[in-house]
Ligand binder design. Structure first.
Ligand code: FUL
Length: 480
């Protein structure tokens, strides 16, 4: 064998090695369940606060309201679902029972329910109507069943936990189809006998999982997802989907709100943030707030600080006394959807070429951040925790939003990143410095015109990114 043949053979071996598919990178830290990944992909759900408070104008009913107060004149869950669908929501979560204890379904454990109301002569069932309307629109159906109950005479005694479990069973036993999320509010006030309840959380969780094994359970400490720590629609700019929950409980024993807002960088459970916020000042509909519905600009700001910060947005749009979404709210939702459609209609990185300073193998090439679907991702080599991806835009583009996605089935790894744009003179100019990415991060920048963008990430394990986008938003007036 002469030298030339040896060199050629070595080169052939090297090329063959480079062309081989590399095994998937090892996951890092706690990872989401498949259900949590699917939940996160929903991005936006609608919250629906409805019940006696809709008719009394209260936020927290007393529990003493007469059942005949609940009498929507024209309940139309089909309208809620069709507006939700048109506005881009993927599911609806309804207050089946709020703190006043009134049940929007004929709960056999209580007399304080729709069955004792004049609505449909006591034969109505809002959960049935909504679950069917959701199914018809291809939306998922979820429930808020408040553990705090200001009506139930057992509340404040050990028997109440059993009443509450049977209440959960009567919603989760399959009669309303699959329940995708169970909302556990942490509120724990006094009941009719002036006592507070000691909640049996493990029993409540066990009960939901027994019937709805795929349900994501919301509370201040999960286990499926966590409260974001405020009701303003703002997730932490740094937002880890990880949380330490040992020693904490929902409600008064919850982690501090800033921890809920940002998560714990090395938290030992995967409990992503859900951002719940109302389109109106209150959670329940009030005539006096018809002119206080959030503007499209407000909603866009909330979108950026929730979906754009690795959180799911749960936007409350409360039905009015007719049992329909008020025209102001439904029109606003559709305008919001149009604005999002306009902002995100053109990904200016479409057709671009991505290269990376480190690549694990050809099946993990940088181009995967631009194409190939959710499960195609770029990964750096083992041991390489700082790496850059350069995106050649194939001509100058002008944008002010940069979208990045981490492939969360392998954990949340990125601790910080910078974004640079190439200037006219060929030098790199920094346009953003941020911390976490997670499922989705949308960075607001000043207006930038360039033909090359470079993203440099620092991570706790070799970075894995599966999405990148550049967009031009000419609608939202908030500052980066
Ligand atoms: C809170 C409740 O007390 C409010 O009434 C509302 O339901 C909100 C979503 O959760 O904790």
């Amino acid at each position: 064998m002469n030298v030339r043949t040896i060199i050629l053979s070595l080169a052939a071996v090297a090329v063959a090695a480079a062309c081989q598919n590399a095994p998937s990178p090892e996951p890092y830290g706690p990872i989401p369940s498949p259900q949590q990944v699917e939940w996160q992909k929903m991005e936006m759900n609608m919250f629906s606060h409805f019940g006696p408070n809709t008719f009394t104008g209260r936020e927290w009913g007393l529990g003493t309201e007469a059942e005949d107060i609940f009498n929507p004149t024209d309940l139309d869950c089909g309208q809620w679902a069709s507006v939700a669908k048109a506005a881009g929501f993927k599911g609806i979560i309804i207050t089946g029972k709020h703190h006043d204890g009134f049940c929007l379904w004929p709960n056999p454990m209580s007399t304080h329910t729709v069955a004792s109301s004049p609505w449909k002569d006591g034969k109505g069932d809002v959960l049935k109507e909504l679950s069917e309307a959701c199914a018809a629109e291809g939306l998922k159906f979820g429930v808020y069943i408040s553990p705090w109950d200001r009506n139930d005479p057992h509340y404040g005694t050990p028997e109440y936990n059993d009443v509450y479990v049977k209440t959960l069973e009567s919603v989760h036993d399959g009669r309303y189809g699959e329940v995708f999320e169970q909302w556990f509010d942490g509120a724990n006030g006094e009941g009719p006998n002036g006592k507070k309840q000691v909640y049996d959380w493990p029993l409540f969780h066990e009960t939901v999982l027994k019937y709805s094994p795929n349900a994501i359970m919301f509370s201040d400490v999960g286990p499926g997802c966590r409260w974001v720590g405020n009701e303003r629609g703002v997730a932490g700019r740094t937002n880890w989907s990880l949380l330490d929950i040992e020693g904490f409980t929902p409600g008064a024993g919850a982690p501090p709100t800033d921890t809920l807002n940002c998560g714990n960088v090395h938290g030992n459970s995967w409990i992503p943030a859900e951002t719940d916020v109302s389109i109106r000042p209150g959670w329940f509909w009030k005539e006096s707030e018809n002119d206080k519905v959030k503007s499209v600009n407000d909603l866009l700001g909330i979108y950026y600080t929730s979906v754009g910060r690795n959180s799911l947005l749960l936007l409350n749009v409360p039905p009015d006394t007719t049992g329909r979404l008020h025209p102001v709210d439904s029109a606003r939702l559709l305008e919001f959807k149009d604005a999002l459609g306009e902002i995100f209609k053109d990904n200016l990185a479409d057709g671009a070429k991505a290269t990376a300073s480190s690549t694990r193998g050809r099946n993990f090439k940088a181009q995967n951040i631009l194409e190939g679907g959710y499960d195609a991702f770029w990964a750096a080599k083992d041991g390489v925790c700082e790496s850059s991806v350069t995106i050649d835009l194939n001509g100058k583009k002008t944008f002010n939003r940069v979208m990045l996605q981490e492939y969360i089935p392998l954990g949340q790894r990125v601790k910080s990143f910078s974004i640079e744009a190439m200037a006219e003179d060929g030098s790199w100019k920094n346009i953003a410095e941020e911390t976490t990415i997670g499922y989705k991060r949308i960075v607001l920048t000043e207006k930038v015109t360039t033909d090359k963008v470079r993203v440099t990430v620092k991570a706790y394990a070799p970075p894995v990114l599966n999405g990148f986008g550049l967009f031009m938003d000419t609608i939202y007036t908030g500052r980066p």
